[in-house]
Design a protein around this ligand. Structure first.
Ligand SMILES: [Zn+2]
Length: 174
């Protein structure tokens, strides 16, 4: 039998989870997201289920453009909520998300379809703040898409952005 190469410091404890966090897997933002969850929302390690994927909760909006993608995402969310009897879903997006600059996943026409593209162009926003506004708009639609799943959950959304003092701040979006 193979010898173990590492053993945890603490004994195994299975915590009760009532919360699902859906966020981007970005290595840059994940540590700040975990700090926000722990310090502000008082959700310590092991007290929530985590679904960290590229682009975070954006997959919930891909039902028409990338339906298989959205289908898998919906399955994950339903499985976790039903299996663990979760009551609360927290979705978090972040500034400069690489997913949003990858046009094969979030093509400009998706925003154009919602009229967002035009409104942003009128506002004279540059590419970066345009993406940021699109992400914030998406967060509100994501909240609606989660509510439309008909699950017995509360939903809340946050946007993480870099603050002028070089830190990361979180803004509630829904
Ligand atoms: Zn990201």
């Amino acid at each position: 039998m193979a010898e173990p190469i590492y053993t945890s410091q603490e004994p195994f404890v299975e915590h009760e989870s009532a919360v699902l966090v859906i966020c981007c897997s970005s290595n840059a933002f994940l540590p700040y997201t975990q700090e926000f969850l722990e310090r502000h929302l008082e959700l310590g390690p092991g007290s929530y289920d985590l679904l960290a994927v590229p682009g975070g909760p954006q997959f919930l909006l891909l039902t028409e453009y990338l339906p298989k993608f959205a289908w898998v995402g919906h399955k994950w969310v339903k499985f976790l909520v039903e299996r663990h009897r979760l009551k609360r879903v927290i979705v978090i997006s972040h500034e400069d998300c690489a997913w949003y600059s990858a046009e094969q996943f979030v093509p400009p026409f998706l925003h154009a379809a919602r009229g967002l593209h035009l409104r942003l162009a009128e506002a004279g926003e540059d590419g970066r703040s345009r993406r940021s506004l699109a992400q914030r708009e998406d967060l509100r639609e994501i909240v609606q898409a989660l509510r439309n799943l008909g699950l017995p959950i509360s939903v809340e959304a946050y946007y993480a952005e870099k603050s002028p003092d070089g830190k990361v701040r979180f803004v509630r979006e829904g």
